[in-house]
Design a protein around this ligand. Structure first.
Ligand SMILES: [Zn+2]
Length: 801
């Protein structure tokens, strides 16, 4: 059947109360009401599958933990499960001393008896009796007159009094009596009051404090807007006698979706107490939600006497018990409540937090309270145990402000505005491509990948080591840029010497400029044919007090092609380091990495190592980076000459790998090739004092092995003594150096020996030559011995026999 063109033919409107002097509209909230959770009774009755005793027990513990002091635990006469549950709570001592359990009973003698039996022995109990009072129920359901309806309530109230008094005598249980004129909102207002007056008289002992009688005035079914409910409550409060001896309790349902409003206006109208359920479970559209009501008060600065510091846990317990999900947009508790997807919202929240931080610092200094005032957020999520992480989420509707906020929160980087725009585009691309919401982790890793930020996000280019030095006056090149951020620093020139890894290959590069960054750019241009200029530069310190770290510098640069400073395409880079110069260099490399992420070739020619523009340290850098060997300074010079000769042969160019190979070939390093003198095995003996004796099986120029020995002040002099038995002339060690390579069980010794050989030829002409040898071994003596033998390779030794 379709909806009617004229619903007035089917539905009649509520009849407003004539209450010209109503006071509630101008009242405000001042304190929390008394809360009653009826999750285990009204809520439980409404479930497809009522809770098990275990679930009810968990639920009971949770509401008590949250601070609820009155809990309607059951309708004991309705089922054995409910009866057993109440007995269980009492007998297992599950009820804290200050918590009232409440049980519901209809106005029927046998049921009242069983209900009171169920609570016998409890310390505090509220006996809640109801009977329906509205015309429909009187006329249709029970066929009772008004008088019979009153008589029913009166008679059973007297019975309740008699039985509860007996119970108190026997078991010491303290009772409060609660009476509900069920369907109050549909009952004639004066008749509802008449019934309650009669009940109060029958009870006969309403007093003050805990002696008060509770009149619960349910909107059993919501039939009117909340102002009407408030009028009904205010009317009742005005007319009922001995108001001070009464707790007016509200029990709103939510048929019209205004349960919360009814409860709140009802409190303004005089209600003292609210019956409801956590997250609004209950018959049909549910009972009023206590969590929502409590947090509404909290955000008005009123202590709700309920604690939801760990709201998620409360949600978890409740949903596990009643199997009803909390909707994503549910007030305070919904999964999406503390998130902002819209860019303008995120931006406002970000600015709000920044302004609040500054404001709070001032307030803290003045000893004033730190008031919460953030756009779009009526409550601080942290108060409910929610983290800010969930606060800003990113989808295709999100903006750069929110993303920048996340980067600031998680990486402590305060991106310059233009970089925010650039990064936002990167995120949008990923978000669009993957058609899903981006998490915080997604965004931080997109950032790290995009800007090669962090050691696991290296780009094609990374800095191995470098040195910045001042250039002497004559070498100064002309300033290259007038927008150079460093041009005003000072007028002395800087030189950059460093080793970079380019696609995994080490390159020694060198350049000069007004400062470290322009020197690096110059080096990249000279050696790698990468020609960029800085268009924007900014820096800030990261004072990460939380993590107890020292201050670090964050630098941001925007690079453009040097030939086109107004280019629309640019690349941002970021660097962080405890040293400001290093953080700038990292930022430049970060941006360069973005620029070369297009996969452009860095040409083989540009990869060349040019001895003309390099020095011994450059060669040493290559060797330390490629092989881990830290050549002694004199060795560096010797090898540099070898490189220069080789480069000359090759037409001025030698590749990095060429340098490494040349080193290996020249010094028989890691080559395992044949050597002039080979040692099959040796043994070292300790003689008196420092003296050692070395003996071993040697092969000279591939001949048959000879066992020889010699002694000296140490292993190497013993070795030389042994060699002297086989060769003409004298060997001596001019320079010796050693260090370790690697760590832990991988650690090896590296030895460097400069060996000098002096010999007289047949014409008694003296000749003197020298050579370097290098070797590594897990045993330091063996590495020294091998280094000597490798050095011998380069000498024209004359063998005896
Ligand atoms: Zn109800």
């Amino acid at each position: 059947m379709p909806m009617l063109p004229d619903p007035a033919q089917k539905y009649k409107p509520y009849t407003p109360l004539n209450l010209p002097n109503r006071q509630w509209p101008s009242k405000t909230f001042t304190k929390a009401p008394i809360w009653l959770s009826t999750d285990l009774r009204d809520g439980n009755q409404a479930l497809v599958n009522p809770m098990t005793i275990e679930q009810k027990t968990n639920f009971f513990k949770e509401v008590v933990k949250c601070g609820v002091k009155q809990v309607e635990v059951a309708y004991p006469s309705a089922s054995d499960t409910d009866f057993a549950f109440v007995r269980g709570l009492i007998e297992k001592n599950e009820i804290p001393d200050d918590v009232w359990i409440q049980v519901l009973t209809p106005a029927r003698e046998d049921l009242i008896r069983r209900t009171i039996d169920s609570v016998a022995g409890a310390k505090l109990a509220i006996l809640h009796m109801y009977n329906a009072t509205s015309p429909t129920f009187r006329n249709v359901v029970f066929r009772n007159s008004k008088e019979q309806t009153i008589e029913l309530a009166v008679k059973h109230t007297k019975l309740v009094r008699e039985l509860t008094e007996e119970c108190t005598q026997k078991y010491g249980t303290k009772f409060i009596y609660e009476y509900s004129p069920e369907t109050f909102t549909q009952t004639e207002p004066d008749f509802a009051i008449e019934v309650c007056e009669a009940v109060k008289k029958a009870w006969g002992k309403a007093g003050l404090g805990d002696e008060r009688i509770i009149f619960n005035l349910p909107s059993t079914v919501e039939i009117a807007p909340p102002n009407h409910y408030a009028d009904q409550i205010e009317n009742f409060c005005n007319k009922i006698s001995e108001r001070e001896k009464i707790i007016v309790s509200l029990h709103p349902h939510n048929d019209r979706g205004t349960g919360i409003a009814s409860a709140e206006l009802g409190v303004l109208a005089g209600g003292d107490r609210i019956e409801g359920c956590f997250f609004g479970n209950g018959e049909r559209t549910g009972n009023v939600d206590l969590v929502n009501l409590a947090l509404n008060l909290y955000t008005q600065g009123i202590r709700p006497n309920l604690d939801f510091s760990d709201l998620q846990n409360t949600i978890d317990v409740v949903t596990a018990c009643n199997d009803l999900p909390v909707p994503a947009r549910y007030p305070y508790a919904g999964e999406l409540v503390y998130t902002a997807f819209s860019g303008s919202h995120q931006d406002a929240i970000k600015k709000g937090f920044e302004a609040q931080r500054a404001r709070h610092e001032e307030c803290r200094a003045k000893g004033e309270p730190l008031m919460w005032d953030i756009p779009y957020l009526p409550i601080d999520p942290a108060d409910l145990g929610q983290t800010y992480e969930a606060l800003i989420r990113v989808n295709s509707q999100s903006g750069k402000g929110g993303i920048a906020y996340l980067i600031k929160q998680h990486l402590h980087l305060d991106l310059p505005r233009k970089m925010q725009v650039a990064f936002y585009q990167v995120v949008q691309e990923v978000s669009d491509r993957e058609a899903r919401e981006m998490t915080v982790d997604d965004i931080t890793s997109i950032f790290r990948r995009a800007y090669h930020f962090g050691s696991s996000y290296k780009g094609r280019l990374s800095l191995r080591n470098f040195k910045i030095s001042a250039l002497s006056g004559t070498e100064k090149p002309k300033p290259t840029s007038d927008t150079d951020p460093e041009s005003e620093e000072d007028d002395s020139q800087r030189r950059f010497d460093g080793t970079v890894s380019v696609d995994g290959t080490y390159r020694v590069i060198r350049g000069s400029g007004n400062g470290p960054l322009s020197a690096l750019l110059n080096a990249l241009r000279t050696h790698l044919d990468l020609d960029f200029a800085i268009r924007e530069y900014s820096e800030h310190t990261i004072n990460d007090v939380d993590e107890g770290e020292n201050a670090r510098a964050a630098t941001y640069v925007e690079l453009v092609p040097a030939s086109d400073r107004k280019a629309t395409q640019s690349w941002w880079g970021v660097g962080v380091d405890s040293d400001i110069a290093r953080s700038g260099l990292r930022a430049v490399l970060s941006a360069v990495n973005s620029a070369i992420a297009d996969g452009r070739e860095i040409s083989e020619l540009a990869l060349g190592f040019q001895p003309k523009s390099s020095g011994p340290e450059d060669v040493a850098s290559v060797i330390v980076n490629q092989l881990g060997l830290e050549l002694p300074r004199k060795f560096q010079k010797t090898f540099f000459e070898v490189v220069q000769r080789k480069a000359l042969e090759a037409g001025g160019e030698i590749s990095i790998n060429g340098v490494t190979q040349l080193f290996k070939d020249t010094y028989n390093y890691q080559n395992e090739g044949p050597t002039k003198v080979a040692l099959d095995s040796f043994k070292l003996d300790h003689l008196d004092g420092h003296r050692r004796a070395l003996s071993g099986s040697f092969t000279f120029f591939g001949g048959s092995p000879r066992t020889i020995s010699g002694s000296g002040n140490g292993p190497l002099s013993s070795l030389l003594a042994a060699l002297h038995t086989q060769i003409f002339g004298t060997l001596s060690i001019r320079d010796y150096w050693e260090h370790s390579i690697g760590e832990g069980s991988e650690v090896r010794a590296a030895s460097y020996v400069e060996l000098v050989y002096e010999v007289e030829d047949e014409a008694s002409k003296k000749s003197k030559s020298s050579a370097w040898g290098v070797a590594t071994d897990t045993d330091i003596t063996a590495s020294g011995v091998k280094a000597v033998l490798n050095a011998l390779n380069d000498l024209e030794i004359a063998l005896k026999n």
